[in-house]
Design a protein around this ligand. Structure first.
Ligand code: 2IT
Length: 449
């Protein structure tokens, strides 16, 4: 099964970057799919396309000094990985998290190249972030941090060069502070960041887009089995932006969302996280910076399972929306034993490689994040279009386009998986469909990337 070219490239990567396990995990998943493509056509190996694909065009690393509320100087590290610009300007989020490092951002950036390609919009791949932990920081500290971060980052980005957005730890508040500082330095009002506020160029439906898109993708997967969300029990992990959107849309389509989770454990709500009050409470929990889902159990009088993951609950559909590797082999086995029929990733690389294999072997519909969570960056792309045209579309227009894009991604994955003889394998489908366009552009542009 293993392809010699892929084995060689993976071997070299493992030797070069042993300290980047997340990047190696993402690269392994992707290259194993691409083996099915490169073995059919020697042009990829001849042009060293895989070697070129896995190396970022540019990696920027910088110091972020800032003053905390005690007027003590603090130092963090910032990065921007400008991974691939074959089909458009670099595009991807910024992650602020204590455990953020270059390997994590390279995994996210590599995924982003394929994800952005799948949207069909002209966006290259990039990712950035910092090891700054916004939890427990004051508003003023977050503002000073964002300003210092942007005071370095501004020189590397621009509306036709690199367009950052949010990710974990970077939401509407942070994008506001980052945008304000960027605009002040360059003295230009452009759409260089996405996820902006409504009053200053943000797109309607961008906050909902990642979670909505994931549910739309899963809806399309279920439809291939003549099934739907109606009457389904749904487990969602996390309680942040992606979970919030997914919970609303899954509820609207007739599902009952019985779990949410945090670093502290998970809550089981038998009535469902399905009311305006509960959706709004998710936003409150996020804004509090406490990072504790137990607050939800206390507020609504439901059960809290300390230190546990939601995948032990008996559900029909699982939507991991928290972080990478949050669903591992034992979690996959529990879901399968409980009769779960679909797992659709809202977070990037939610599942470990062996969990994916177990789900696929058991016939569970499984969608990798680069396909199923592409709704967020897709609406970021639509935000850029609106900014460039200096106009703004209605909520319905954006949501309609989002639904079309998610259906398009779904169908492209199905077609590509069929093409290489692995029907129903959305991992192969997403990797190959996303890669084909990028590889074609790289081949046509010559050895510049
Ligand atoms: O992982 C992702 O796709 C994002 N964090 C969104 C990126 C974007 O540019 O909107």
């Amino acid at each position: 099964m293993a392809n010699a070219y892929v084995e060689r490239v993976l071997g070299e990567l493992n030797e070069k970057y042993p300290e980047q396990p997340l990047f190696l995990q993402a690269a392994t998943e992707i290259l194993n799919s691409l083996g099915l493509l490169v073995e059919k056509d020697a042009k990829y190996e001849k042009a060293k396309i895989l070697e070129r694909f896995v190396e970022p065009e540019r990696t920027i690393m910088f110091k972020v000094p800032w003053l905390d509320d005690n007027n003590d100087i603090q130092i963090n590290r910032g990065w921007r990985v400008e991974f691939n610009s074959a089909i458009g300007a670099y595009k991807g989020g910024l992650r602020f998290a204590a455990n953020c490092d270059l390997g994590m951002l390279k995994f996210l950036g590599l995924e982003q190249i394929l994800k952005n390609s799948l949207t069909t919009l002209p966006m290259g791949g990039g990712k950035g972030g910092s090891d700054f932990d916004p939890n427990g920081k004051s508003d003023a500290e977050v503002m000073r941090y964002c300003q210092s971060f942007m005071t370095e980052l501004f020189r590397h980005i621009g509306p036709n060069t690199d367009i950052p957005a949010g990710d974990q730890g970077v939401g509407g508040r942070e994008i506001g502070y980052l945008f304000g500082q960027y605009k002040r330095i360059v003295n230009e009002f452009t759409g260089t960041l996405t996820g902006k506020g409504r009053a200053w160029g943000g797109s309607l439906a961008r906050p909902e887009a990642t979670g909505f898109g994931n549910v739309y993708f899963c809806q399309n997967m279920l439809a291939t089995k003549d099934d739907s969300f109606a009457g389904k029990k749904v487990a969602i992990s996390g309680f942040g932006n992606v979970s919030w959107g997914a919970a609303q849309k899954a509820t609207e389509l007739g599902g009952t969302v019985v779990t949410l989770s945090g670093p502290d454990g998970y809550v089981y709500d038998p009535d469902g996280v399905g009311t305006e009050e509960k959706f709004n409470y998710m936003l409150e929990m996020r804004a509090s910076g406490r990072n504790k889902v137990q607050d939800y159990a206390d507020k609504f009088g439901v059960e809290f399972f300390a230190g546990k993951r939601p995948w032990e609950a008996k559900v029909d559909v699982a939507l991991p929306c928290a972080t990478q590797n949050e669903l591992e082999i034992d979690d996959a086995k529990a879901l399968i034993a409980n009769g779960c029929i679909a797992v659709s990733e809202g977070s990037n690389m939610s599942c470990s490689l062996d969990a994916i294999e177990a789900l696929q072997e058991a016939g569970v519909l499984y969608a990798p994040g680069k396909a199923s969570n592409a709704g967020g960056v897709a609406v970021s792309g639509l935000e850029q279009s609106q900014n460039a045209m200096k106009l703004s579309w209605t909520y319905e227009e954006v949501d309609e386009k989002l639904q079309q894009i998610m259906k398009g991604i779904h169908d492209a994955c199905v077609a590509a998986a069929d093409e290489v003889g692995t029907p129903g394998n959305y991992v192969n489908g997403a990797n190959i469909a996303g890669f084909l366009k990028v590889a074609e552009a790289m081949l046509q542009q010559g050895a510049v990337l």
